[in-house]
Design a protein around this ligand. Structure first.
Ligand code: PMP
Length: 305
């Protein structure tokens, strides 16, 4: 990742990609206290635009507030940084990674005298999983790792350190020949994937877990708007793993993963064992909305120019 041409926005300046470096005593590297976003920009008929940039920046600031990190930049500056990172790297479509971290000004858990640093990198990341999974769906395993308890990790923050849990779960699933993990919350209800929110469809109603242990996904919120637009009822509820086994359809959502059908959980086919009709409608509308071919909210696309 580090050896390529391009520019990274680093504390207010555009820095050559290979020079965007930190010291080994960088505080966040030691304790994982930091927060980040994953954002996407898509090609639209009006040029490249960032999807739901304001919501991502708002969540980044919320995460920093939860963690008690003082943001040295305004939301407007971060929004501009995101636009510049896509524009100055000449990207037509991009994945963006804003990240807030403590520097190497000091060590120790007291975290005093530390500066908060911010970067925004952008690069091409066309498809999070193999492209054919968009149609065929993925194989998922219920993880032996539990998703965060609300008073162990702060689940409303997209915090760096929380992703140890995601990575352990994903690695375990992949070692077992699955594409993704489904993590249950400490009570045993379905929470989310390693980097995605969960939806299931039963008798034409779309369900998604309540947010207690899950990240408040921006794609999840987009699905709420799309369900209303498509005329489907959508309910938040506690969902058990066996409810997913007998669901008609299931899918994951996330900025990186987009709308990803789940064809199998723990060796049980979900519905017909491939992308279901409602998942297909939601997915197809999603790709139209992010590329500006259908407009559900005119504020969702921020042009980079
Ligand atoms: N849950 C987790 C744990 C995630 O990392 C992500 C990706 N940010 C999501 C859900 C989906 O969130 P979003 O739709 O905002 O990308």
């Amino acid at each position: 990742m580090d050896d390529r041409d391009g520019l990274i926005w680093f504390d207010g300046e555009m820095v050559p990609w290979r020079d965007a470096r930190v010291h080994v005593l960088t505080h966040t590297l030691h304790y994982g206290m930091g927060c980040f976003e994953g954002v996407r920009a898509y090609a639209t008929d009006q040029g490249t635009a960032i999807f739901r940039l304001r919501e991502h920046t708002n969540r980044l600031f919320d995460s920093a507030k939860i963690l008690g990190m003082d943001m040295p930049f305004s939301k407007a500056q971060i929004n501009d940084a995101c636009r510049s990172a896509v524009r100055e790297n000449n990207l037509k479509e991009a994945y963006l990674r804003p990240m807030v971290f403590f520097g190497s000004e000091g060590m120790g858990l007291r975290a005093d005298n530390l500066k908060t640093h911010v970067i925004v990198a952008a690069w091409e990341w066309p498809s999070y999983m193999a492209p054919e999974t968009r149609e065929l769906g993925i194989k998922v395993q219920t993880s032996s790792f539990t998703r965060h308890h609300v008073n162990i990790a702060v689940t409303k923050a997209k915090a760096n350190g929380q992703y140890i849990n995601s990575m352990m779960a994903l690695a375990e699933a992949q070692r077992g020949g699955y594409d993704e993990a489904l993590l249950l919350d400490p009570q045993g209800y379905a929470a989310e994937g390693s980097g995605e929110n969960l939806f299931v469809v039963k008798d034409n109603v779309i369900y998604t877990p309540v947010l207690t242990s899950c990240l408040n996904g921006i794609t999840r919120n987009t699905v709420f708007h799309m369900a209303r637009h498509l005329g489907y009822e959508l309910r938040e509820k506690l969902i058990t793993r066996d409810e997913i086994y007998i669901a008609d359809e299931a899918f994951f959502t996330g900025t990186a993963a987009e709308v990803l059908p789940i064809r199998e959980l723990d060796g049980r086919s979900i519905g017909e064992g491939r992308r279901g009709p409602i998942t297909e409608k939601v997915q197809s509308l999603y790709f139209d909305v992010v590329r500006g071919k259908q407009v559900l909210d005119a504020d969702w696309l921020t042009p980079i120019l």
